[in-house]
Design a protein around this ligand. Structure first.
Ligand code: NAP
Length: 252
């Protein structure tokens, strides 16, 4: 039997790297996409191969359609795509909306929304039975911010993740009869380098006392939820958005 391939965008670090490692352990061949950190992607691939798995590092900015097309073609050359984890995402410096620049908004929505949609499009073109595919699963990585709004921090990021939630519901219904399930996770505060990339290296430590579980989540905990949603165990779950937030985003 041909080994099914999973493409993990932003698979070089953080949640994506944890998804790539866990997916490989579960028998997936994994395409590890990264934007610029070739070394981190190579390390994830090497760890998978050391454990007997199959992986491929694929550079590409999900905010560039040309890069996304090249990325999917690189996977096509290796085997059939059966899962997409739409994980690549960015934040920005903490700011009120009245200080946002157009450049900031362009990057925020190009990577987090357009990138997610274009990657989903390419996955549907390969996996949907309407296009001759044999089915598969897409899991989008949203954020608790979609529900909380992230005021004073990055409401643009929260709005972009709100778009990811809506995309998840709409696309799931659109292709529910075509063998492709579409779900999402909404992580809460997770220990990764994304907080430092937004200029807040101490964010996890500062927030920990106020978190309902008095701790942040790990990338591995999010990865387990994603791998469940991808798996046949979740065969009747589509359009589902799973909070992996230690109750942070549970609304009263
Ligand atoms: P991270 O540690 O900063 O890792 C980001 C990953 O995305 C890296 O692999 C990076 O590649 C890649 N990436 C960034 N921009 C990209 C682009 N334009 N094209 C392709 N890849 C790109 O982030 P993380 O915390 O794991 O976050 C992963 C996802 O979870 C994001 O969608 C984020 O919004 C979401 N999330 C995170 C948290 C949290 O607390 N950590 C909470 C809620 C939601 P390079 O290595 O090449 O830079």
């Amino acid at each position: 039997m041909t080994t099914p391939w999973m493409l993990v965008t932003g698979g070089s670090r953080g949640i994506g790297a944890a998804v790539a490692r866990l997916a490989a352990a579960k028998g997936w061949a994994v395409a590890v996409n990264y934007a610029s950190n070739e070394r981190a992607a190579a390390d994830v691939v090497a760890a998978i191969e050391t454990n007997g798995g199959t992986a491929l590092a694929v550079r590409g900015d999900v905010g560039s359609e040309a890069d996304v097309l090249r990325m999917f073609e690189a996977v096509d050359r290796r085997g059939p795509l059966k899962a997409l984890v739409n994980n690549a995402g960015v934040v920005d410096e903490a700011s009120r909306l009245d200080a946002f620049t157009a450049e900031r908004l362009d990057r925020m929505f190009r990577v987090n929304v357009l990138g997610t949609i274009i990657c989903a499009r390419e996955a549907v073109r390969r996996m949907s039975t309407v296009h001759g595919g044999t089915g598969g699963a897409i899991v989008n990585v949203s954020s608790a911010a979609a529900k909380l709004g992230a005021p004073g921090l990055y409401v643009d990021y929260a709005a972009a993740k709100g778009a990811v939630d809506t995309l998840t519901v709409g696309l799931a219904k659109e292709i529910a009869g075509e063998g492709v399930r579409v779900c999402a996770v909404r992580p809460g505060i997770i220990e990764t380098e994304i907080h430092a990339s937004g200029g807040q290296p101490n964010r996890v430590a500062e927030l920990t006392p106020s978190l309902p579980m008095r701790r942040a989540g790990s990338a591995e905990e999010v990865a387990k939820a994603i791998l469940w949603l991808v798996s046949d165990e979740a065969s009747y779950s589509t359009g589902a958005i799973l909070d992996v937030s230690g109750a942070r985003s549970v609304l009263p």
